[in-house]
Design a protein around this ligand. Structure first.
Ligand SMILES: [Zn+2]
Length: 660
């Protein structure tokens, strides 16, 4: 980052010394540390690195503000554009004074502008207005106990006694309340934990969280790595056919296509949940509404499912195309021009039902039509989270779990199949029906099961895997235990959100079960059962598009994950717990994320892609991603260097530790 904010902090206090420290500073601190955990690492890619990039981003904001006729934002953005024009030569502080002068305003304006600038640089959005925000709790007079020389010294020397990483607001709070206040006989006698947090912030402490995409178990599992490699290789191989986004304004550079070649476009889907109480900073973000923690305090649930692409951001027709669409005859007109869907699920009357496959498919069908309109000639690739497929089998799909052991019963009918060619009992290539024929001769033992499902046992007999009378249970203890196993990994809530628990439960590399322990297992391992398309894939492929699933545990490869992070941040800064306001804010957040920022998210995901493509894994990959922040492509030599640097760093750490 090219901006030295500490220095500005110092000088600013002189400029604004006439005004007492405003509550908005307090709020800024509180908001900043409340969201730090989730947002850190997500936003730093959205965060512009140079004055030039900041100016481009502010210009885009200005354009949007004009479109929305938001006068307040327009003024702030216009000032920021000016500021970033002056800043390269004069610095942020003198730049803002100059902007103030140009506008006939004084130092107070410069100070406010500066605060806006700093927020804008950190968050990529404007500082929220005060309207509708709850009053900030305990900020009384502008005077802070920290301004007291002796007190401040006491706090600082206490913090120095704590080993790095062990500092917490609670520790500071207790020390202050039990030791410092009594000994210094100050007017104030106690502070809240929140106050302690603010002080830590003032003293330069930041709540650091794990970076997104850190190597939890599973990330480097053999099967996951294989899928990741395939996925990254495929995307890399298509890069020459894709538009790229470069420079401070992330301008589009179209692919250099030869005669007859077609552009390839990638669209990413994912879901996210918002709660109207998220501003309280105790948010645990979970996917799929049903797994809500701390239900009581989180407030109403809002569920958003969306698609993004690098050219347009949110997958929706731009205004001029919406108008053109409205003029089309009814048959050709799209009924939906924005692919995003927000629902407000609730068990109460009037609430929406929870997100399900049906809603997802309906949304996808609209999205496909919109995408075709936006990219009429391109090959369109749809990328889904790995877990999206779990419960979206097509009607009639083969699924051993839904089958009975014996014939009959009220079981879903499944389509016919061809016994896989690899069948070791000579049945490969035979047509096989999952149901008995509608008419069976009278003397046949299965007469009473006419048209009914055959059940696992008969299906497997037909394939030659078991003989009539073979003693084998339908579903054995091992398999049951396996499915019931809870994830043992200690994941943070964000990781749980990202890693989708289902994946953790359902498969793991240490496969100790035999492949023929029970009927269910034999059947599930059959190629035709394994290859059953999920409904998403079916719908996408029927539309002539291509469908991909992200490797498990790899949110860092999905640009929309970063986008949700941005939206959540925007939402949390402005939410006040009111449901109606929350509804509006969510839509606003989704619309407000600047296209430049979204393109940076794509660049970030693309950087991980290059890194994995080059074979870097785990820690080194993460290290390289940080090291080459802002680069789109990473070269082999970069990976080698990252590897080397990482090793040096490790050695230093080990040496450092052994000294203690
Ligand atoms: Zn089994």
């Amino acid at each position: 980052m090219s901006i030295d904010s500490d220095q500005d902090e110092e000088s600013l206090t002189h400029v604004g010394s006439a005004a007492p420290s405003s509550p908005s500073d307090e709020q800024e601190v509180e908001v900043a540390d409340g969201i730090a955990e989730f947002v850190e690492g997500v936003l730093d890619e959205g965060e512009p690195k140079t004055w030039e990039e900041l100016q481009a981003l502010a210009e885009e904001g200005l354009k949007n503000a004009r479109k929305r006729k938001s006068y307040r934002d327009e003024v702030v953005f216009a000032s920021l554009v000016q500021l970033y024009r002056f800043a390269p030569r004069q610095g942020r502080l003198r730049g803002s004074l100059r902007v103030a002068r140009n506008l006939g305003r004084g130092p107070a304006f410069a100070r406010v502008l500066n605060a806006h600038a700093r927020h804008f640089e950190a968050m990529g959005s404007l500082k929220p207005g005060q309207q509708g925000k709850r009053p900030s709790g305990s900020s009384g007079s502008g005077e802070s106990a920290l301004d007291d020389e002796a007190f401040s010294l006491g706090v600082k020397s206490f913090l120095r006694t704590l080993a790095p990483g062990t500092v917490t607001p609670t520790l500071l709070q207790h020390h202050v309340n039990e030791h410092l206040f009594p000994s210094l006989k100050l007017r104030k006698t106690s502070i809240s934990k929140r106050q302690a947090r603010r002080w830590l912030y003032r003293l330069g402490y930041r709540l650091k969280s794990h970076q997104k995409g850190v190597y939890w178990d599973g990330h480097e599992r053999k099967d996951v790595r294989k899928h990741r490699q395939e996925f990254c290789d495929l995307l890399k191989s298509l890069e020459p056919y894709m538009a790229m986004y470069e420079g401070p304004e992330m301008k589009e550079v179209p692919p250099n296509l030869a005669e007859g070649e077609v552009e390839h476009v990638f669209i990413y889907q994912d879901e996210s949940t918002f709660h109207d109480n998220d501003f309280q900073g105790q948010g645990y973000y979970l996917k799929h509404g049903e797994q809500v923690l701390k239900k009581k305090t989180r407030g109403r649930l809002m569920h958003r499912s969306g698609y993004i692409c690098a050219r347009y951001g949110n997958l929706a027709l731009p205004p001029e195309m919406v108008e053109a669409n409205a003029r089309l005859p009814e048959g050709e007109r799209l009924t939906k021009t924005d692919s995003g869907v927000t629902i407000f699920p609730s068990n109460k009357d009037g609430g929406d039902t929870y997100w399900n496959t049906q809603q997802m498919i309906t949304q996808l069908r609209h999205a496909i039509l919109i995408a075709r309109r936006l990219f009429p000639n391109a090959v369109i690739h749809w990328v889904f989270d790995n877990s999206s497929c779990h419960d979206s089998r097509a009607p009639g799909a083969l699924n051993a779990r839904e089958m009975n052991v014996g014939p009959g019963g009220r079981v879903r009918h499944m389509h016919d199949t061809i016994i896989p060619l690899g069948n070791p009992h000579g049945h490969g290539g035979e047509l096989q029906s999952m149901q008995f024929p509608a008419h069976i001769p009278d003397n046949h033992p299965y007469k009473k099961f006419e048209g009914k499902p055959k059940g696992m046992r008969i299906i497997l007999e037909e394939c030659g895997y078991i003989k009539p009378g073979t003693k084998l249970v339908g579903d054995c203890k091992l398999c049951k235990a396996k499915r019931a196993r809870k994830p043992k990994l200690a994941l943070s809530p964000e990781e749980m959100d990202l890693a989708d628990c289902e994946d953790l439960v359902n498969d793991s590399e240490d496969e100790s079960r035999p492949s023929d322990c029970c009927l269910l297992r034999i059947l599930e391992l059959q190629e035709d059962f394994q290859n059953e398309l999920c409904l998403l894939q079916k719908v996408v492929e029927e539309a002539g598009n291509q469908c991909h699933f992200l490797p498990k545990f790899h949110p860092e490869l999905n640009p929309i994950e970063y986008y949700w992070g941005w939206c959540k941040n925007y939402f949390r800064e402005r939410s006040n717990g009111n449901f109606e306001r929350g509804k509006r804010l969510l839509q606003e957040a989704v619309d407000m994320c600047p296209l430049i920022t979204i393109r940076r998210f794509f660049r970030r995901a693309s950087r991980y892609l290059s890194i994995y493509h080059l074979g870097a894994t785990g820690v080194v990959a993460e290290f390289a991603a940080k090291r080459y922040r802002g680069h789109r492509g990473v070269m082999q030599k970069d990976i080698d260097q990252a590897q080397a640097e990482w090793e040096v760093k490790q050695t230093k750490l080990t040496v450092g530790q052994s000294l203690h």
